[in-house]
Design a protein around this ligand. Structure first.
Ligand code: PTJ
Length: 257
């Protein structure tokens, strides 16, 4: 798909192409295309840039991942299509596991996602086939199936682009959940301990960068960052930012040129 260099929406269209390519490869489900469109809408509202509320959440997420004894990155179709290399890099930096966990689970997709991640450097990918033999209690979607070496025993789980049910179920069994979700109103965003309200294509590279930077800190300093973080405050900041931005835009003259 050719997108002219000077197209004003080039970045956004290129990201769309990645999702479409993922769909053609059997990684993304049709519902994933719809979810992406919802994300694009919220990205518009935050100005398609990483805002201060996402930066603060990213800092807390990096500290929580560095403090974790058994961190796991949960990967679905959209995440694998958009940021496979950053998933691999983050797992390396935190010494964590990568686990495929799908809402629309099929064996073919599990394998397609795992081999796509391996193509991008992953040494091991959990949650494929018989490896997803454990279950999360009180969860009835296919997301309940997890790896006994991964999410089941994880203390911190990163869940980009989730559905709300599983975040709540993971919280109930004592996990610290970090979400990446452009919608500050989603159940996932509200149920997580730390929510990065940003596009995953910006949030994941930022998170890798922050983890590298915070590695120099002591455990006590990292704990201070996590304990001083307030997710309700961050979600409120995101909503206030959107409201103020829309107010400003409504006051300014909307012109094409
Ligand atoms: O691959 P599967 O089978 O696990 O299915 C994945 C999808 C995404 C289809 C499934 O988890 C789903 O239906 O998710 P939801 O309930 O539509 O939620 C997706 C959330 O991600 C929504 O709140 C979107 O606003 C948000 N979102 C979409 N694209 C992005 C995003 N957040 C960050 N970055 C994005 N690029």
């Amino acid at each position: 798909m050719y997108i002219p260099e000077n197209h004003p929406r080039r970045e956004s269209l290129l990201i769309r192409e990645k999702i479409v390519e993922g769909f053609k490869r059997g990684i993304v489900v049709p519902e994933g295309l719809i979810a992406h469109g919802r994300g694009e809408c919220f990205d518009y509202l935050i100005g398609e840039k990483t805002q201060y509320f996402a930066e603060e959440a990213t800092r807390a997420a990096a500290a929580a991942l560095l403090l974790a004894k058994h961190p796991v990155i949960s990967v679905n179709g959209n995440t694998a299509a958009l940021v496979p290399e950053h998933v691999v890099r983050l797992a390396e930096e935190i010494g964590g596991y990568i686990e495929v966990n799908l809402f629309y689970r099929t064996r073919e997709r599990e394998e397609a996602i795992a081999s796509w991640l391996k193509k991008h450097g992953a040494k091991e990918v959990l949650g494929v086939g018989d490896d997803a033999s454990a279950t999360i209690p009180e969860l009835f979607s296919e997301r309940r199936r997890v790896s006994p070496r991964g999410i089941l025993i994880a203390d911190v789980v990163l869940v980009p682009l989730e559905d709300g049910d599983r975040t709540e179920a993971l919280r109930k069994i004592g996990k610290t959940v970090i979400a990446i979700d452009l919608n500050p109103l989603s159940r996932t965003a509200r149920a997580a301990n730390i929510t990065i309200v940003d596009n995953i294509v910006r949030a994941m590279p930022n998170l890798v960068e922050k983890v590298r930077e915070l590695k120099r800190k002591t455990k006590e300093e990292l704990k201070e960052i996590v304990e001083g973080y307030d997710n309700n405050k961050i979600l409120a900041e995101a909503l206030r930012f959107i409201k103020n931005r829309l107010d400003e835009l409504a006051r300014s003259k909307l012109t094409l040129f």
